[in-house]
Design a protein around this ligand. Structure first.
Ligand SMILES: [Zn+2]
Length: 70
């Protein structure tokens, strides 16, 4: 599954949202073509919801004990 900036301007797939898409989630493993188009607002809302369950792993810790102490 990959997320990329949308290259086409189609409507956001979220129901009730009339914005144009900014991002596309591509998953060729799904039965359908699998592309989900989301606008900036819906993407942020989705990310917020995901954040309830998963914490991004690539965020660097603010404090590192015993390293780079000058
Ligand atoms: Zn939207």
């Amino acid at each position: 599954m990959i997320v990329e900036k949308a290259k086409v301007r189609v409507k956001c797939d979220a129901s009730g949202c009339n914005n144009l898409c900014d991002y596309v989630i591509v998953n060729k493993k799904f039965v359908f073509d699998g592309s989900v188009y989301l606008c900036e607002k819906c993407m942020k809302s989705l990310y917020h919801e995901i954040g309830k369950f998963m914490i991004p792993k690539n965020v660097k810790p603010i404090y590192k004990k015993g390293e780079n102490n000058e």
